[in-house]
Design a protein around this ligand. Sequence first.
Ligand SMILES: Nc1ncnc2c1ncn2[C@@H]1O[C@H](COP(=O)(O)OP(=O)(O)OP(=O)(O)O)[C@@H](O)[C@H]1O
Length: 400
Amino acid sequence: MAALGTLGMQYDDVPASPVICIQDAYKSYGSHQALAGVNLSVYPGTIFALLGPSGCGKTTLVNAIVGRSDLDAGSIFTSLKDLKEIGFMPQDISLFTRLSVRENMRFYGYLHNLDADEIERRSKYLSDLLALPPFSRCPLNLSGGQQRRVSLAVALLHDPKVLILDEPTVGLDPILSKNFWDRLREMANQGKTVVLTTHYIEEARQADRIGLMRNGKMLTQDTPLALLKEHNTDYLEDVFLALCYQENNKTSRKISKEETSFSKVRTFEKPKRISLSRIKAQLLKNFYVLKNNLVLTIFGLMLPFVLNICAKIAFAHDPYYLPLAIVNEEFPGSVENCPRTFTNSCILSNPEMMASCIFLNELKNRTYVMVNDFQYDLALIYISAYTIFQSEVMNSSTCK
Ligand SMILES: Nc1ncnc2c1ncn2[C@@H]1O[C@H](COP(=O)(O)OP(=O)(O)OP(=O)(O)O)[C@@H](O)[C@H]1O
């Protein structure tokens, strides 16, 4: 906890050895205060359960720990050097549902800079440890419990020192939930530190320490036994109820953002957004996505060709039978009078006439219907009549 020394002042009485220590954490979303001065200490090799009803701020707190969001104020200290020492399992299972379990493992393995052999070795170990479903299956077709176990395996893949799990047991049946806790206990016994959130009060009994949260505040944090003893009951629900009543009787004032902006400290930086391992993992994932959707991939590749051919068929043809009259005051007489070839002397003697003739000769070679020798106003009348007549003819015949 080197960073504590550098801060000095109000943090002198913080215990010396927590892996994670949060001091006076505040976070607001608009006018809603999600965290209102939370303090938390998590010790190595223990399971810490953050317990509280829906909306009390548990996810906000764990998101702040793993760097997914920033606190408005407060300090987060860890003894970890790097965020990579944390394995995080978010509430919304972060698996690619159309990639197989193996492909998911590889993606996250590469993201954590593991090589292919290491990913294979760790995957096998975790498969045995967590009784994972076959690696060829896609999360889309797995049960909620299986998905959660795969998600936990992904969080454990790089062998992190600290595990942070957001609602890991939601939707699990009691047996799966029990297995889950057994695995967590084994890991804690091996020295890993676990922070998890839950709103199942009795489940939290299995943790080493419990933090009871309500309305963005930490009501208390202690071992389950100490809490039960202190409130003279056998049920954590009674403890929570008693603490909620106590909280209700306190007059609490909403604290403004300005009042809480005294300190904002993190002891590790967020990881770089662009890194070689990220690029490698993203490329691999995109390759898997394309491979697993062959129809879509072929369609995507063929689409430009198909569009090109359609455009070629539909657009940019010479118009057929389009009546065209030109009022040309530079060149008297019919286009038939135009010379076919021009000599230099001709250009010099009458350049306008030559330009007109070149233009008119060029038009004659096209598919227009040239309308000759008309006065301008008569030409317009003729064109209108001709267009009507032509559309009638075109409708009644199959012309090219
Ligand atoms: N991005 C957001 N924008 C606005 N309000 C938010 C946002 N995230 C959370 N909140 C609000 O902050 C409060 C705490 O939310 P949080 O998700 O931390 O609760 P929780 O205890 O994890 O709930 P749950 O157990 O249902 O996941 C809630 O009232 C929620 O509506």
